[in-house]
Design a protein around this ligand. Structure first.
Ligand code: MSP
Length: 507
């Protein structure tokens, strides 16, 4: 495993409030960050807000407030949402932060000095929704493929970044590094984009038209806007923390498929020009629709994370998002599907294992852990099922296949529930001579719970913590993933009473 993990989400535009799309990417980043921290890797997770540009200025105008007040308000809402959702980010980067602004101006000045930024004439079809120019070929029936709106024709003198100059080097890098863009379909898409004529990247706007941007240090009549400003957040964040050397290159940028080109083409060319090594990996996620339709305010089907958290709890929401979408592909969100997962996997699976183990321990031994011996081959098979789950989980997470990683953990949880049914301690308990074996079976069940809780901790942190408490296990012991089976609990250790981890939801 790498010596550090620096994981980023896109910085979210402040013209909309957090929804299931932004929540998904943030949950993925948070789960991965927790996963690495749990394995002893120095980890930084960064998220934040993208606050400059025409789109934001327009939204502020509509709201009748200044851009500054507008962005302060929405950025605070993002932060508060992620805090309420328990996201453990280490850095929250706002592009209106003066330290970010200064960082961007430093890069602009250097690139201008080496003539990688020049003054030219800007002409083309511009989509304000995407804040970028489109080529005729990229449009669908003359419309922006994402927003289905007609781009505006623009023509004005502006500053350009020499993207073409670095294009071949980026292509060679991608060809040499199969892991650079994941999943592979997006890698192929980028390689074909890089075969075409890209042109250079317009990075400015005259200040008289757009004042809500970052002033170019070499021409105060112009500002830089969205992409040149926003992408640099991934570097300015670590610089603000004073940890640029340690954290760069980023180990993983997580994004949605709509912003593939800026991240896989603009950003690496910018990094090469500015003399930085390229980030290690780009993870490209699919889109959530809602009830079979694209999410939109006008359809009234925007899914809000806090409403779901209040209704079902954060862990069930996290579980659903990670389990029902194969990372990279699209998926559909419905509350029915969430409830089905909650009842089947959480309540009947993990929740059942927790409640029956604790209830039987209480009933037969007053919550006291017994000797793990006598050992039966079935006990060893159970221990092996959890060792397999751990290995499979690590491999699947490396592949960003969260749904499969969780599937691997649940195979072991199912094996544990089956172990209880097969070993039938509730039957053996009727025979006083079988008491030592009943004690051993329950010790194995407690071990299964301990390891289940450790494995699910990055994905279901609140539930893992509740299980840890119910088991009466010290945090230091819980943090150790490599604890041998049977070594976590001493004979005589006291367990807590049964808990109802995931109450069933009637649909
Ligand atoms: N500000 C830019 C990103 C700059 S990063 C240097 C931006 N912001 S955004 O708020 O519009 O989108 C942020 C992320 O949310 C994008 O990765 C986008 O793909 C993702 N999603 C927006 N709607 C989504 C869904 N319905 N489903 C999944 N992800 C979606 O783009």
């Amino acid at each position: 495993m790498a010596d550090h993990a620096y994981i980023t989400t896109p910085i979210y535009y402040v013209n909309a409030e957090p929804h299931i799309g932004s929540t998904y990417t943030t949950v993925v980043a948070d789960a991965l960050a927790r996963f690495h921290r749990q394995r002893g890797v120095t980890t930084v997770m960064q998220t934040g807000t993208d606050e400059h540009g025409e789109k934001i200025a327009e939204s502020a105008r509509e709201a009748g407030v200044s851009p500054r007040d507008f962005v302060d308000d929405v950025a605070a809402k993002f932060r508060a949402t992620w805090d309420s959702c328990g996201m453990q980010y280490d850095s929250f980067l706002r592009t209106s932060d003066p330290r970010h602004v200064e960082f961007v101006q430093g890069v602009l000045a250097r690139l201008h000095e080496k003539d990688d930024i020049y003054f030219g004439s800007y002409e083309g079809l511009y989509c304000v929704g995407c804040e970028r120019l489109y080529t005729e070929k990229e449009l669908k029936d003359g419309l922006c493929p994402d927003h289905l709106t007609k781009p505006t024709e623009v023509s004005e003198p502006n500053y350009f970044f020499r993207m073409e100059k670095y294009k071949d080097a980026v292509r060679a890098h991608i060809e040499k590094n199969p892991r650079f863009i994941h999943p592979e379909g997006y890698r192929n898409e980028v390689l074909s984009i890089l075969k075409e004529d890209l042109g250079d990247l317009c990075i400015s706007r005259p200040k008289e038209r757009l004042s809500w941007g970052i002033e170019l240090p070499f021409d105060r009549d112009y500002v830089t806007y969205v992409w040149f400003d926003a992408l640099l957040n991934y570097l300015s964040g670590p610089a603000i923390l004073g940890r640029e050397q340690e954290l760069w290159p980023a180990t993983l940028h997580l994004i949605g498929k709509d912003i593939l080109k800026p991240h896989a083409v603009f950003w690496p060319t910018m990094l090469l020009a500015a003399g930085y090594p390229l980030y290690e990996r780009l993870g490209v996620g699919g889109f959530w629709s809602s009830g079979g339709h694209k999410m939109s305010k006008s359809l009234g089907n925007v899914v809000r994370p806090l409403e779901l958290r209040d209704k079902y709890g954060m862990d069930p929401l996290r579980y659903f998002l990670l389990r029902d979408m194969a990372f990279g592909q699209d998926a559909d969100f419905t509350e029915e599907a969430l409830v089905t997962r909650l009842n089947a996997d959480l309540a009947n699976g993990l929740g059942n294992l927790v409640s029956r183990t604790l209830a039987m321990s209480k009933k037969y031994f007053d919550g006291e852990i017994q000797d793990v011996r006598p050992i039966d081959p079935a006990d060893e098979a159970l221990a092996r099922a959890f060792a397999r789950a751990r290995a499979e989980l690590d491999a699947q997470i490396d592949n960003l296949a969260f749904h499969r990683g969780l599937g691997a953990i649940w195979e072991a949880i199912d094996a544990a529930n089956k172990y209880v049914a097969d070993q039938a301690p509730f039957k053996l308990a009727k025979d006083e001579d079988q008491k030592p074996r009943v004690g051993a079976i329950l010790h194995n069940c407690v071990e299964a719970l301990r390891v289940s809780a450790q494995l699910v901790a990055p994905f279901l942190p609140e539930s893992a913590e509740r299980i840890r408490e119910a088991l009466g296990l010290a945090p230091e012991k819980f943090a150790r993933l490599d604890l041998a089976w049977g070594a976590a609990f001493e004979t005589g250790h006291r367990l807590g009473g049964p808990i109802n981890l995931f109450p069933r939801v009637e649909s």
